[in-house]
Design a protein around this ligand. Structure first.
Ligand code: CA
Length: 695
C-alpha cells in the first residue's frame, strides 16, 4: 500500500516516469516511454526508442554460461515466425503464421488464447501474395492490435482474446498486404501496408482510434494523380519531384515495416519503401527524386501533418528501401547532446539524423557499397557511381535488393554506445534489357518491378561474393568496434541488455549471447531449427527470462535459394516453438529432427523441350519464385518444386494449380494459368530438377 500512495508524490517531485506496481500497469504513452524498468516488453522495439535495450541484468556476462531452457511451447500450427513477442505483466503476445495471435503465460509457458483472423478466407485472390509472415502486434491499455495479411487492422481484448473491432485498411482491388507491426500512441494505432512489387501500389499509413477503430488520419507517402487534387500540401510538394504519369504505376513507397513514435517531439517517423516499379526510367521518365520514396518522413502524431523528411536514396532504382528500423537515442556529437535518429537502410549507409529538424549528421557505409562512393553531408545526397542506373548496360552492384540490412531489427545499448547491427554483403544484378519502357505496365499479383526479373529469379542465388555478419557499430564514429561473421541468408534481429550482453538467433538454429562491448561469444543454444525472429527479455516474480520464437521462414527462407537451403530446414518438417530461458533453467528439448535436403526427381519418360522450358522460366519468376525460390531452389519457406511429386504428374499439377487442391495448406489457386502455361512451367521445373541431378 505504501508504494501506491507514494507514487504520485514521487512523479511530482522528480518529473521522471516511475514504474507503477505491476498490477496497476496501464499500457499507455508513459508506460511505453519508460526505459527504467525491464519487466515488460511493451512495444515492438520494447519502448518508444526502439532501442531493444533492456535494463535487466540478472543474466549477465559473468553468469550467462548457466543460462538454460526454462520452458518451451510447441506451436504445431505455425510455419514462418518473424515476430518480436510482446510481454505485458506476465503474458507473452505474438503474431504467427497468417497473422494468428497467441497469448502465452510467460512463466508457465502455457497457451491462454489464440485469435485467428482467417486471412486466407478474407484475402480471396490476393491470397496469392501472402507470405504468411507477420512481424508483431501492438498493445495499448487492454487491447492487442494486429495488422492482418489481407489488410485489416484488428483490436483484440487482451484478457479474453475476443475481437473488439476490425477495420479494412486497404483497397481489396489493389494487391496490398500487411506483414508489419502496428504502433500505438495517444489512443491511436497506426498501420502501413506492402505490395509494391505486385502491382500499381501507392503507399500510405493510417492512424485509427484505439477504442473505436475510426480513422483519425491518413498520410500518403507518394502523390496521386494531380488532376484528382492532392490530399495535403506535402503531396503537392512531393509531386514536383515526379515526372510522366507515375500514378499509373502506383508509385510505391509503402511503409511495410518501420515506424517509430517519438514522445519528445510528439512525432511519428515513417520508413518508406522502394518505388513501384523499381525502374526509375519507367516510373518517372524525365527524372526527379520521387518523394517520399526511400525516406524517413516525420509527421505530427496527432494530425498526420508533414513536418520534415530525409531521403536516403533519391530516384531509387534498386529496391533500396528505407523501411528498416529507426532507433532513437541521445548521442554526444560535436560536443553537444543530439536527440538522434539512427537508421541503416538497404542502401548500405548508416545514417544519424537530428530529430529536431531532420538534418543529416553522419552517413557512413556499414557494408560493402559499390553503387555510391559517399554521401555528401552538405547536400545530404549520395554520390552515385556512373552507370549504376543500368542506363547503358546491366550492372552488378553492392548491395542488391536484399539490402545491406533489411527488416531484422538492430539494437542499441546506451551503456556501450554501440548499435548491434545484422548486416549483409549480398550483390544484385540489375538489367532492363528487353523491356519496352514506354509500354511497360505493372501486372497485378505477379512480381512486377520494371526490370528483367529473369536475371534475378531465374537462377539460384549467387553464393560467390556473398557474406554477412553481426557488428557492434559505433554511431558516433561511423565504424565497427567488433564484427563476427554470420550466415548470409538468415541474420535475424538483435536484443541487448544491461548485463553487457547481445542476443541473436541464427539461420543455423543457434541462439547466441555475445559480450556487448567486445563481441566475445559467451553462450550458445541449439534450438533445432533456423531462427528468423529477434529475441526479447522480461521478468516475472523477479526472475529474468530471454524468449525467442523459432520458426524458419520469411523473405530470406523464401528467396535465399541454396544459401538458405544449406541448413536442411526443408518446408514444414521441423517443430516451431516458443522458447524461454532463465539462469539454471533445466528444461530439455526433445531430440532434434535431423536436417533434410530436397532430392530433385527425374521423370524417366519426360522429354524436356527447351523452348517450353524457357517460356516456363518467365512464368516461374513472375508467379512462383516469390515463395518457391530463385531457380526453383527453395530455401525452406515453401516446398522445393524440383523434388515435388506433384510436378511429376500433369494431372496432379492441374489439380493444385487449376482446382486449388492445396489452398487450405497455403498453396494458392492459379486458375488463370492455361493448359499451355502449366505445361511450360512443368518443362521449366523438370529442367531445373534435371540440372540439379546432373551436377
Ligand atoms: Ca521491395
Amino acid at each position: 500500500m505504501l508504494a501506491r500512495v507514494l507514487v504520485p508524490v514521487v512523479i511530482a517531485a522528480c518529473m521522471f516516469v516511475v514504474p507503477l506496481p505491476a498490477a496497476d500497469l496501464i499500457v499507455d504513452s508513459a508506460a511505453i516511454s519508460d526505459e527504467s524498468t525491464g519487466e515488460n516488453w511493451l512495444a515492438h522495439g520494447r519502448t518508444y526508442s526502439e532501442q531493444r535495450f533492456s535494463p535487466l541484468d540478472e543474466i549477465n556476462d559473468a553468469n550467462v554460461q548457466t543460462l538454460g531452457l526454462s520452458w518451451f511451447l510447441d506451436l504445431p500450427e505455425e510455419r514462418a515466425l518473424n515476430a518480436t513477442p510482446l510481454v505485458v505483466e506476465g503474458v507473452i503476445y505474438f503474431s504467427g503464421h497468417n497473422s494468428v495471435v497467441t497469448a502465452v503465460d510467460a512463466k508457465a509457458g502455457t497457451v491462454l488464447w489464440r485469435f485467428d483472423p482467417e486471412t486466407i478466407r478474407h484475402a480471396g485472390e490476393r491470397g496469392k501474395l501472402l507470405w504468411g509472415t507477420n512481424r508483431g502486434v501492438a498493445y495499448w491499455k487492454s487491447k492487442v492490435f494486429v495488422g492482418t495479411g489481407d489488410g485489416r487492422i484488428i483490436a483484440i481484448d487482451a484478457q479474453s482474446g475476443n475481437q473488439v473491432w476490425s477495420t479494412q485498411t486497404v483497397d481489396p482491388s489493389v494487391p496490398y498486404y500487411i506483414t508489419g507491426a502496428p504502433r500505438v500512441f495517444n489512443d491511436k494505432v497506426i498501420i502501413g501496408n506492402a505490395g509494391t512489387e505486385l502491382g500499381p501500389v501507392r503507399g500510405y499509413v493510417t492512424a485509427y482510434d484505439t477504442e473505436t477503430g475510426e480513422q483519425a488520419w491518413r498520410f500518403y507517402t507518394v502523390p496521386g494523380e494531380p488532376a484528382k487534387g492532392f490530399e495535403d500540401e506535402a503531396q503537392a510538394m512531393a509531386a514536383k519531384t515526379w515526372t510522366g504519369e507515375w500514378w499509373e504505376h502506383g508509385g510505391g513507397g509503402t511503409v511495410w515495416n518501420a515506424m517509430t513514435y517519438d514522445p519528445d517531439f510528439n512525432a511519428i517517423y515513417l520508413g518508406t519503401g522502394n518505388g513501384a516499379p523499381w525502374n526509375h526510367k519507367i516510373r518517372s521518365p524525365d527524372g526527379g527524386d520521387n518523394l517520399f520514396l526511400c525516406s524517413i518522413v516525420a509527421l505530427d502524431a496527432d494530425t498526420g501533418e508533414y513536418r520534415w523528411h530525409y531521403q536516403t536514396t533519391p530516384a531509387e532504382s534498386w529496391d533500396y528501401n528505407s523501411a528498416m528500423d529507426m532507433v532513437l537515442a541521445d548521442l554526444q556529437l560535436g560536443g553537444r547532446t543530439i536527440k538522434a535518429l539512427m537508421h541503416a537502410p538497404k542502401n548500405g549507409f548508416f545514417y544519424v539524423l537530428d530529430r529536431a529538424n531532420g538534418n543529416l549528421l553522419s552517413a557512413k557505409p556499414f557494408t560493402k557499397v559499390t553503387w555510391a562512393t559517399k554521401v555528401d553531408l552538405k547536400t545530404g545526397r549520395p554520390l552515385e557511381v556512373p552507370g549504376v542506373r543500368y542506363e547503358n548496360d546491366d550492372v552488378f552492384i553492392y548491395p542488391g535488393p536484399y539490402g545491406g540490412h533489411s527488416w531484422d531489427p538492430m539494437s542499441y545499448s546506451p551503456i556501450t554506445g554501440l548499435v548491434y547491427l545484422p548486416y549483409s554483403e549480398i550483390p544484385g544484378y540489375y538489367s532492363d534489357k528487353g523491356i519496352k519502357r514506354t509500354l511497360w505496365r505493372a501486372t497485378k499479383l505477379e512480381f512486377s518491378a520494371g526490370i528483367a526479373v529473369e536475371t534475378m529469379f531465374g537462377n539460384d542465388f549467387p553464393t560467390e561474393g556473398t557474406s554477412a555478419g553481426l557488428g557492434g557499430w559505433d554511431p558516433r564514429k561511423g565504424q565497427y568496434v567488433w564484427r563476427v561473421p554470420s550466415a548470409a541468408m538468415g541474420n535475424p534481429g538483435t536484443m541487448t541488455t544491461a548485463g553487457n550482453l547481445v542476443f541473436q538467433g541464427r539461420a543455423d538454429g543457434a541462439l547466441i549471447a555475445y559480450r556487448a562491448d567486445d563481441g566475445a561469444l559467451l553462450w550458445r543454444f541449439a534450438t533445432g531449427l533456423g531462427i528468423s525472429s529477434p529475441p526479447v527479455t522480461y521478468a516475472v516474480d523477479d526472475r529474468q527470462y530471454v524468449a525467442l520464437l523459432v520458426g524458419w521462414g520469411g523473405a530470406q527462407a523464401m528467396l535465399g535459394g541454396s544459401i538458405a537451403a544449406q541448413y536442411g530446414w526443408s518446408y514444414g518438417r521441423h517443430p516451431r516453438r516458443l522458447l524461454s530461458f532463465a539462469l539454471d533453467g533445466e528444461a530439455v528439448l526433445p531430440p532434434a529432427t535431423p536436417p533434410a535436403f530436397a532430392k530433385p526427381l527425374e521423370v524417366a519418360d519426360f522429354v524436356i523441350d527447351e523452348t517450353l522450358a524457357e517460356k516456363g522460366l518467365s512464368r516461374y519468376v513472375r508467379s512462383c519464385a516469390w515463395c518457391h525460390g530463385p531457380g526453383a531452389t527453395a530455401g525452406g519457406g515453401a516446398p522445393d518444386l524440383r523434388a515435388s511429386l506433384i510436378v511429376t504428374s500433369r494431372d496432379a499439377f492441374k489439380k493444385v494449380l487449376a482446382d486449388g487442391q492445396l489452398v487450405a495448406r497455403g498453396m494458392p489457386r492459379f486458375a488463370e494459368f492455361s493448359n499451355e502455361d502449366r505445361e511450360e512451367l512443368m518443362h521449366f521445373l523438370r529442367k531445373k530438377a534435371h540440372e540439379s541431378i546432373a551436377k
